[in-house]
Design a protein around this ligand. Structure first.
Ligand SMILES: *Cc1c(COP(=O)(O)O)cnc(C)c1O
Length: 369
């Protein structure tokens, strides 16, 4: 699906220099690289503060804790997402309240948020799925009406824009993952919480670093979830390329769009007016998704399903009592979505080849056994 070696080839000498800078300094925990990357990434997002953490799931978990989310609280989110979104809520002892998604954008349906709010609701957590910003204007307006903060799960949306602003500055705070295959990926695990609320980011920093700001002074119960210094050094190099790589993703997504324009019944992803997707994934919909996937696999084309099971139906959440039919759009998407290869180094001819195979499949009449 993704060729991380091809990307490394493009930046090998810069990454080597950054890594040896850290190794030579022998400063492996925190330090200037981490502080510089926090500053640079916050500025990139259009926010003023950031705190690096160990991974994206920790970013969400610690951010929720910094809001004081705990047992008895509810967090409104979506179910067609990576499990990390739900884990973060449950690990704080709170209850995820799932709302369904819009059938065109695959992101939180703002029309369903109001009626999900109760006296226990602490926060709204939309996900910018596949790199497409959720409808933050509508969600933000509802949240503001109830005095609730909105936390972005921006783990797939580095560089995405809505209304001229970048993901990371569309809510009160945002959580990012730098898992290697994300638009901005480390050479291991890494994550970050971004916000323009400096006091909030200081609470995140305290929790992520053993509950204190000074060594051996522990004011709150914290954990060890610091951004790794070697990863920060790599990410600083890669951040300089993020916009260029996102433009390459966009051009390839456009090529898929054009090639698949007459490939109905395969549904294509699309941007809503005023938004710019980060094109983390190019995910189509097909009624016979499994057939299409098998056919592409036969042709040596790797695909993936994001996600095969909505998290309200995952066994890990069985205690929440989710049932099939609770979230009809999310559940249908899980049956129909298929992510095609998309990464900056993917040759245009390969996109054209893959699109041609998808179209050929569409022209083949379905076989009913
Ligand atoms: C990747 C991802 C996460 C978790 O990030 P990790 O760094 O893998 O822990 C959370 N939410 C979404 C939507 C993601 O795609």
């Amino acid at each position: 699906m993704v060729d991380l070696r091809a990307q490394h080839e493009r930046i090998r000498s810069e990454v080597d220099a950054a890594l040896s800078r850290v190794v030579e300094s022998a400063h492996f925990i925190q330090g200037d690289e981490c502080a510089a990357f926090e500053e640079e990434f916050a500025a990139y997002c259009g926010a003023s503060h950031a705190c690096g953490v160990a991974n994206g799931t920790d970013a969400l978990t610690i951010a929720l804790r910094a809001y004081g989310v705990g047992p008895g609280d509810e967090v409104i989110t979506v179910a067609n997402t990576f499990i990390g979104t739900g884990e973060a809520i449950l690990l704080n002892g709170a209850k995820p309240v799932f709302v369904d998604v819009d059938k065109d954008t695959f992101t939180m349906d703002p029309g369903l948020v109001e009626r999900a709010i109760t006296s226990r609701t602490r926060l709204i957590l939309p996900v910018h799925l596949y790199g497409h910003p959720a409808d933050m204007a509508a969600i933000g307006a509802i949240a503001a009406g109830h005095g609730l903060p909105v936390l972005e799960d921006a783990a797939q949306a580095h560089g995405a824009r809505a209304g001229g602003r970048r993901a990371g500055s569309l809510g009160h705070a945002a959580c990012f993952s730098f898992y290697p295959a994300k638009n901005l990926g480390a050479y291991g695990d890494a994550g970050m919480v971004v916000s323009s609320d400096g006091a909030f980011i200081e609470r995140v920093r305290e929790i992520a670093n053993h509950g204190g700001h000074r060594r051996y002074e522990h004011d709150v119960l914290g954990t060890n979830s610091r951004l790794d210094t070697l990863q920060a050094a790599v990410l600083r190099v890669k951040l300089r390329y993020l916009d260029a790589w996102n433009r390459e993703r966009r051009a390839l997504a456009k090529a898929y769009d054009e090639a698949l324009a007459d490939a109905a019944p395969v549904g294509r992803p699309r941007e809503t007016p005023g938004t710019e997707s980060a094109w983390h994934l190019y995910t189509v919909r097909a009624e016979n998704r499994d057939g299409l996937r098998a056919e592409l696999e036969q042709q040596g084309i790797a695909t993936a399903v994001h996600y095969p099971k909505p998290i309200h139906l995952q066994p890990a959440l069985a205690a929440m009592g989710g049932r099939p039919g609770d979230l009809p759009v999310s559940e249908q998407l899980c049956r129909e979505v298929l992510s095609l290869p998309l990464y900056p180094e993917l040759p245009l001819v390969t996109v054209e080849h893959i699109a041609a195979r998808v179209k050929a499949f569409c022209r083949t009449p379905a076989v009913h056994p």
